[in-house]
Design a protein around this ligand. Structure first.
Ligand SMILES: [Fe+2]
Length: 274
């Protein structure tokens, strides 16, 4: 069965040529499938699949949203998964479409029992339609939604347990949320169900000084506080978890990204020994 391992990179168009010309340093690639479903585009991924395991990571699913689950999209994802032998399919604990309009945003759900019940039913629906495991990521949120009655960790752990699905644990998102909402990120990580975690994300963030808020902009190198949390998560898991470096803005020279992947490996060795 297909599986990912090591330290991978989120594939962006800007990186495509240099990736294919590179000779090592990237263990696997994370792909936003909706960017590649247009006619002919997936052919470009066949060249990547010759060298790397690919894992699809979508922003389209809207798992907690009000619109019906987009079955046409899931059919396309099923074909994508089959073509590239995907180990699992991930999206976010959020909603992204309303009234048939896809916002391209990851909008936060209220942390409530009602939202859990609604979302768990949809997780079950999606799991029945997919032939690979469903994995959901903890997103950032810049406001707590009206109707929230639970803390974020309780909301996430209950949702993942009742939906019986995997978790993509974004370490940078934990850090950004902990600063913006005033909680201890280590205590938060200690509550996450590490046995469900199939993948980690690391990324950079920035401070918006006008709003006095950290913004998860994927536009800088991963910061030291996030690497410390990354080590803590691996120590808690007691195993290496496949990790993707996300970089979407201010993309640096390719060699710098390779250095950052190497840095991730160093932190993993510090955490786990060896
Ligand atoms: Fe992420």
């Amino acid at each position: 069965m297909a599986e990912i391992a090591g330290i991978g990179l989120g594939l962006r168009d800007e990186l495509y040529d240099e990736l294919l010309a590179s000779d090592g340093g990237v263990d696997f690639l994370e792909i936003v499938p909706e960017n590649w479903l247009a006619r002919g585009r997936a052919k470009r991924l066949d060249r990547c699949r010759e060298r790397w395991q690919l894992v699809p990571h979508s922003i389209h699913l809207s798992i907690g949203g009000p619109d019906p689950i987009d079955r046409e999209f899931l059919d396309a994802i099923g074909r994508f998964n089959h073509r590239f032998d995907a180990p699992f399919f991930s999206d976010h604990v959020c909603y992204s479409s309303v009234g048939g309009i896809h916002t391209e945003e990851l909008l936060p759900l209220p942390f409530s029992a009602e939202a859990i019940e609604h979302t768990v039913a949809r997780i079950r629906e999606v799991r029945a339609l997919l032939d690979v495991p469903l994995v959901l990521e903890n997103p950032t949120y810049y406001a707590t939604m009206p109707g929230s009655e639970l803390d974020e960790a309780t909301f996430l752990t209950t949702l993942l347990a009742e939906g019986d699905c995997g978790m993509l644990l974004d370490i940078n998102n934990v850090y950004v949320n902990s600063v913006n909402h005033g909680y201890d990120p280590y205590a938060f990580l200690d509550r996450m169900p590490m046995e469900r975690v199939r993948q980690l994300h690391v990324a950079g963030h920035a401070r918006d000084s006008a709003l006095d808020t950290l913004v998860d902009n994927h536009g800088a190198a991963t910061k030291g506080d996030v690497w410390k949390l990354f080590e803590h998560a691996l120590r808690r898991a007691g195993r290496m978890i496949p990790t993707v470096l996300e970089r979407d803005n201010n993309i640096p020279p390719f060699a710098e990204l390779l250095d950052e992947l190497e840095l991730a490996r160093r932190h993993a060795r510090i955490a786990l020994g060896g």
